[in-house]
Design a protein around this ligand. Structure first.
Ligand code: ZN
Length: 164
C-alpha cells in the first residue's frame, strides 16, 4: 500500500530537533513523545510546514527555515514595560515565563517576561525565537487523515496532541 503523502487536513506525527544558528538546541521531541500537528492548521512554523508537504512516513529531512518563515523578525514595539501593580500579586515572576494578558482592544496576547524590578515588568510579545534562523532535523513517523473535530478545532487530538 502506498504511503499517504502529507497535505492539508492530515495529522502528522514527527520527531524533531530544533537547532539555532549558533548550534544551540532550542527544542526537541527526542526525549519525549513525538509531536502531532495538523498540516495546514498553522500549528508549526510556515517554513517547516512547506518542507513537509508531500513527505511520507519514514522520511527524514533537514530543513533550514529563514526568519520570515519562522517566528518572524523581532519587533521592538512588542517589548512593553508595565507597572508591576498591573499584574496579580500572587504571580511569582521569573525571566522567560509565559504570560497571557489582555491588550487594550480586549484581545488576549501571549508575552514572555524578559526582565523585572520591584516596580516594573518587561514583557516581550515577540516569540522567544523571533529573529532566529531555525534548523530542523525531522523524521516523519506517521500520516493520517484528520478527524472532522480536529479540523474544526485546528489541532490534533490524542496522545501528543490536545487532550480535551
Ligand atoms: Zn481540540
Amino acid at each position: 500500500m502506498p504511503e499517504t503523502p502529507i497535505s492539508d487536513g492530515k495529522v502528522v506525527e514527527i520527531h524533531f530537533t530544533l537547532t539555532l544558528e549558533d548550534g544551540e538546541i532550542a527544542d526537541s521531541s527526542r526525549d519525549q513523545d513525538p509531536m502531532l500537528y495538523l498540516h495546514g492548521g498553522d500549528n508549526i512554523v510556515k517554513g517547516l510546514e512547506k518542507a513537509l508537504l508531500g513527505k511520507t512516513a519514514g522520511d527524514k529531512l533537514s530543513v533550514d527555515v529563514a526568519i520570515a518563515e519562522g517566528f518572524g523578525e523581532h519587533n521592538p514595539e512588542g517589548v512593553q514595560e508595565l507597572p508591576r501593580s498591573e499584574l496579580p500579586d500572587d504571580v511569582e515572576l521569573e525571566v522567560g515565563m509565559e504570560f497571557g494578558f489582555e491588550h487594550e482592544d480586549g484581545s488576549v496576547m501571549t508575552g514572555w517576561v524578559t526582565a523585572f524590578t520591584d516596580e516594573t515588568v518587561t514583557i516581550d510579545l515577540n516569540h522567544p525565537l523571533a529573529g532566529e534562523t531555525l534548523h530542523f532535523e525531522v523524521e516523519v513517523l506517521s500520516v493520517r487523515e484528520a478527524l472532522p473535530v480536529e479540523i474544526e478545532h485546528g489541532h490534533p487530538h490524542g496522545p501528543g496532541g490536545h487532550e480535551h
